[in-house]
Design a protein around this ligand. Structure first.
Ligand code: DC
Length: 222
């Protein structure tokens, strides 16, 4: 089979990261978490004291940024200007700030080219919000992974358990707020592409979702 470009979009906590990583491993593909790039911009904006709506400041920041993934057996690491920031971008403050800066056209423009360059050569699974609609409208296979809000909050809670003092209810509120921001922004809002395969993972394990996706990939490529 020719190497494919596969996109997996969906809201926060739907299981995209686990599923995308595992699907990529099964296919021998690279896996790219584009949310980490938005988090990287948010992290650097915060370090420089920039407000999420300071477009001039964000544009200058993006022009000076060098974000890249370094791929390793244990997973990929995100480097910003040669500094490993992987462990500093996973907290609720950066989550909210990433959602806010992702609505700014200057940030989306900067990351669009970066993401498209990362897709050269195919054999890659891209995870995000607008992979199938905007970044790779001609992707070979597009999935939209969803789950109920309660399920997503519970999964995020388990994932963060030792690293957060937030309750499940607070995590659910954060997720709802981010969904609202991501779905209603005017530029590249979170939504399934017209030709996306919708997968509801509310009652499915990550392994079951991966098997389902592999069967769709097999069928689509016949
Ligand atoms: O997938 P994540 O939770 O790490 O993403 C963080 C934020 O980045 C998310 O709230 C919206 C934004 N994002 C985006 O706008 N487009 C993408 N392709 C990926 C993430």
């Amino acid at each position: 089979m020719q190497p494919l470009l596969i996109t997996i979009d969906g809201p926060a906590g739907a299981g995209k990261t686990t599923v995308s990583r595992s699907l990529a491993k099964r296919l021998g593909y690279r896996y790219i978490d584009t949310g980490a790039l938005y988090r990287g911009v948010a992290f650097e904006a915060k370090s420089k004291g920039l407000s999420h709506d300071d477009d001039v400041g964000l544009e200058n920041l993006c022009m000076s940024l060098d974000l890249k993934f370094v791929f390793a057996e244990e997973g990929s690491r995100l480097f910003s200007n040669n500094k490993d920031i992987t462990d500093q971008i996973r907290n609720s403050e950066i989550s909210m700030l990433a959602s806010a800066v992702s609505a700014r056209p200057v940030v989306r423009r900067y990351l669009l080219d970066l993401q498209r360059n990362m897709g050269n050569g195919k054999g890659v699974v891209f995870e995000g919000r607008d992979m199938g609609t905007v970044v790779f409208p001609s992707a070979d296979i597009k999935f939209f992974l969803d789950a109920s809000c309660k399920t997503r909050a519970l999964r995020r809670y388990k994932e963060l358990s030792s690293k957060t003092s937030l309750t499940i209810d607070e995590i659910e509120q954060d997720i709802n707020q981010r969904d609202e921001n991501d779905r209603t922004r005017s530029l590249a809002p979170l939504k399934p592409a017209d030709d996306a395969i919708i997968v509801d993972s509310t009652y499915l394990s990550a392994d079951e979702v991966v098997e389902l996706m592999l069967s769709h990939i097999g069928k689509c490529m016949c």
